[in-house]
Design a binder for this molecule. Structure first.
Ligand code: ADP
Length: 232
């Protein structure tokens, strides 16, 4: 269940991030609200992961302000974050104990993600799809107020993708904030509430659901990026 009090939004104000001479994020304002499915979309290298890390308070901006409310945040990046030599169940136990998770909720997450059938397997032996789902389960076991995921669908098969997206939609429906970074927006089209399009470290477009076309979001996104490239 969500805390009784609705959490404050996560906010980035005029943030900039330099890595040496490279400007990865250049003057971005971004607000992530609770109860919202927020997609950060952009080509490779556009700054999505850097923005996600700033929203999590993991990366300090070179300039600008980050406001992260004092609530639990869950995340899963593209690299595995579990213990490879422990079983699935042991991973859940360790992460659950560290975050004070409710064991009933952890069990429900395991089952809902279809991980209960591999709970006794060593995590390092799991297929790519199960490995990603385990990371998601570990992020979810403390029932975070905000769940922020970097390219969560990766190379999963289409059935698993669909199930995960449905699950994320339900997580949002329960009042949590969900943020995903992706370069394949179409997969989230049925659920997305807010769309932020980034290109070369800047926001090209940041609008709620009512403002963007209901269908063929991927074409919409690609055309926006191409027209930005042409006007450079
Ligand atoms: P995306 O997630 O959209 O692919 P990133 O935020 O990962 O974009 O990267 C934005 C830019 O910043 C890229 O040019 C990338 O090479 C660079 N970058 C990201 N992280 C680092 C880092 N730790 N050190 C140096 N450059 C980085």
């Amino acid at each position: 269940m969500v805390d009784d009090a609705t959490p404050a939004p996560i906010e980035l104000r005029a943030v900039r991030k330099r890595y040496g001479r490279l400007v990865a994020v250049d003057g971005v304002d971004l607000t992530v609200e609770p109860g919202t499915f927020h997609c950060l979309v952009g080509p490779n290298g556009s700054g999505k992961t850097t923005l996600l890390r700033m929203l999590l308070g993991l990366t300090e901006p070179s300039a600008g302000e980050v406001s992260v409310p004092d609530v639990s945040l869950g995340t899963a990046f593209q690299r595995p974050s579990h213990y490879e030599d422990l079983t699935v169940a042991e991973n859940l136990e360790v992460f659950g104990a560290l975050s004070g998770a409710d064991p009933d909720w952890s069990d429900a997450v395991l089952e809902r993600l279809g991980l209960d059938v591999v709970s006794g397997r060593i995590a390092g032996d799991l297929s790519g799809g199960y490995s990603r789902k385990l990371d998601l389960a570990l992020a979810l076991c403390k029932e975070p107020a905000y769940l922020l995921l970097d390219e969560p669908l990766g190379d999963l098969d289409d059935v698993t993708k669909r199930r995960l997206v449905e699950f994320l939609g339900e997580y949002r429906d329960a009042g949590h904030g969900v943020v995903v970074s992706t370069h394949n927006l179409e997969q989230f089209a049925d659920h997305v509430d807010r769309l932020t399009l980034v290109h070369e470290g800047r926001v090209l477009y940041d609008e709620p659901r009512e403002s963007f076309p209901a269908r063929d979001l991927q074409t919409f996104y690609v055309e926006r990026v191409l027209s930005a490239v042409e006007s450079e």
